[in-house]
Design a protein around this ligand. Structure first.
Ligand SMILES: Cc1cc2nc3c(=O)[nH]c(=O)nc-3n(C[C@H](O)[C@H](O)[C@H](O)COP(=O)(O)OP(=O)(O)OC[C@H]3O[C@@H](n4cnc5c(N)ncnc54)[C@H](O)[C@@H]3O)c2cc1C
Ligand code: SF4
Length: 455
């Protein structure tokens, strides 16, 4: 936890400069830029950008609407498929999705249409007199959702559209999940996560109850008995361990814990910032952590990964962001020992060089040390097992360390559904969680209506 870093100094940069380091990484388009960019779109038939979108947004149509100055039409088209289209426009790795397959992304132009920024333009500039979606006639059914992250919120909104009432039980003080507590601050600025939640709730019929924790003051068995269906959008609440002695020493913590504190800080100058930091990992969380601690004022930030650049899950675009922010990236090295000072606090880490032997990653025996006051672990998240320990939750079938579901996001327990990062299918991306929530809502609706018709 970040309290364990209280002995570290605070940022020395002037307040304005510090705040400036956390404004939009990619500035929004002006009206003129949006007009020029939308004119570059070829409105392809059977457009590859639309086919690859995990939330099935009709990209070509919304860009056409922007070009025709029908901004409300463009936004409604996006939000119909993806009610969190505003945050997805900001956080989606478009470089490996729609913009990667855009037909203008070829060798000569090498410049896809800026789909993410156009999507942001449409959603940010739409002016709806009231919430753009209406609720169907009330069904009299109430569905419980656990977790107010992108999966839970998307599921709730679609269920409300279909005429159901929804109660969301959320562990934290605020809704939004990782949009509120995890995404890099320079990707979602200006309290956007809360603004988006407020917009979504405008549909009506959704009641969010915070500080309600499944596994503590809530049990799955009770929810199952009390509600017509239950959707679990729990995310992945536990940080993986390095398995080294000294893992609990002051100065070593999970990157997600620091990022949550950073996102919630009213005053960035109050955060503890080491002079030298090590980040262990190879995904977007590792890159986000390294870049943010550098922007807070750390002088030497070293990201270490046990394999090569090509095996990193962070995209090339994210790796470029790290390089542009003077993050030193060391590959082919694995943590061997946490180095502590005389007071038992982190002083650095010893790494062992690695290499591949056939398909196996091996230590070479050669070691080196990196000095640092803080080590951030970004080696992945897993399902928090204490959440699912009541007798009913224990019956949920697992797929690896996630919850197993079918194509309709039904778990093995009738009436209980799950989606987002806590289930096996797909990548752990915001857009994927939104799609899971939407599809689960359709399955819940189908199952409830079929039951009524059969009765
Ligand atoms: C640091 C970081 C950066 C990321 N950056 C990006 C990015 O740039 N782009 C991108 O597309 N994806 C990114 N992701 C992934 C993305 O944030 C997730 O895929 C997405 O948030 C998953 O949504 P979810 O609703 O499944 O889970 P979450 O967003 O984790 O939401 C789960 C919710 O359930 C609540 N909850 C958990 N347990 C309980 C319980 N027992 N009782 C009640 N409530 C509970 C949590 O408090 C939370 O609100 C990032 C992830 C991390 C960790
Ligand atoms: S692939 Fe590119 S050019 Fe074609 S419709 Fe999509 S954004 Fe437009």
């Amino acid at each position: 936890m970040i309290e364990s870093l209280s002995y570290l100094p605070h940022p020395t940069l002037p307040g304005d400069e510090l705040a400036g380091h956390f404004t939009d990484l990619a500035p929004p388009l002006t009206a003129r830029q949006a007009a020029i960019e939308s004119a570059r779109c070829l409105y392809c038939y059977d457009a590859p950008c639309s086919r690859i979108c995990p939330s099935e947004i009709d990209v070509a149509s919304f860009i056409r609407n922007i070009h025709d100055k029908n901004i409300n039409g463009a936004a409604a088209g996006i939000l119909k498929q993806n009610i969190l289209g505003g945050s997805c426009a900001r956080v989606c790795p478009t470089e490996i999705l729609c913009e990667d397959v855009c037909v203008r992304n070829h060798d000569f132009e090498a410049q896809p249409v800026k789909i993410g920024l156009l999507q942001r333009y449409a959603v940010d500039h739409a002016h709806f007199a009231s919430h753009p979606f209406k609720r169907a006639a009330a069904t009299g059914k109430t569905i419980a959702i656990v977790g107010a992250g992108p999966a839970g919120l998307s599921c709730a909104h679609r269920l409300a559209m279909l005429g159901h009432d929804v109660v969301i039980f959320e562990k934290e003080d605020k809704a939004g999940g990782l949009n509120e507590y995890g995404i890099a601050k320079y990707k979602l600025t200006d309290d956007f996560a809360q603004k988006e939640v407020a917009f979504l709730l405008d549909i009506g019929g959704i009641d969010i109850r915070c500080r309600q924790v499944l596994g503590e003051n809530l049990q799955l068995r009770e929810l199952h008995a009390r509600y017509d269906a239950v959707f679990l959008g729990l995310g992945l609440g536990a940080s993986r361990k390095l398995g080294l002695t000294g893992e609990d020493a002051p100065g070593l913590l999970a990157a997600v814990d620091y990022i949550a504190a950073l996102r919630q800080a009213d005053d960035l100058a109050s955060l503890p910032v080491p002079k030298r930091a090590i980040v262990i990992g190879a995904g977007n969380t590792a890159i986000d952590m390294a870049v943010q601690i550098q922007r807070l004022g750390a002088e030497e930030v070293t990201l270490v990964y046990r394999r090569g650049f090509d095996a990193m899950t962070a995209t090339h675009h994210e790796q470029d962001i790290a390089k542009a922010n003077q993050v030193r990236m060391l590959t082919w090295a694995q943590p061997q020992q946490v180095l502590l000072d005389a007071g038992g606090k982190v002083a650095g880490m010893r790494f062992e060089k690695t290499r591949m032997e056939g398909t196996r990653l091996m230590g070479t025996g050669e070691t080196f040390e990196v000095a640092a006051e803080t080590i951030f672990k970004a080696i992945g998240q897993s399902l928090a097992n204490d959440t699912l320990h009541d007798p009913m939750a224990a019956l949920l079938q697992r797929d690896g360390d996630k919850i197993a579901v079918d194509a309709g996001f039904r778990t093995v327990l009738p009436g209980i559904y799950a989606g987002g990062d806590c289930v096996a299918p797909g990548q752990d991306l915001t857009v994927q969680a939104v799609q899971h929530g939407k599809l689960a809502a359709l399955a819940i609706h189908h199952d409830l209506i079929s039951k009524v018709e059969a009765a």
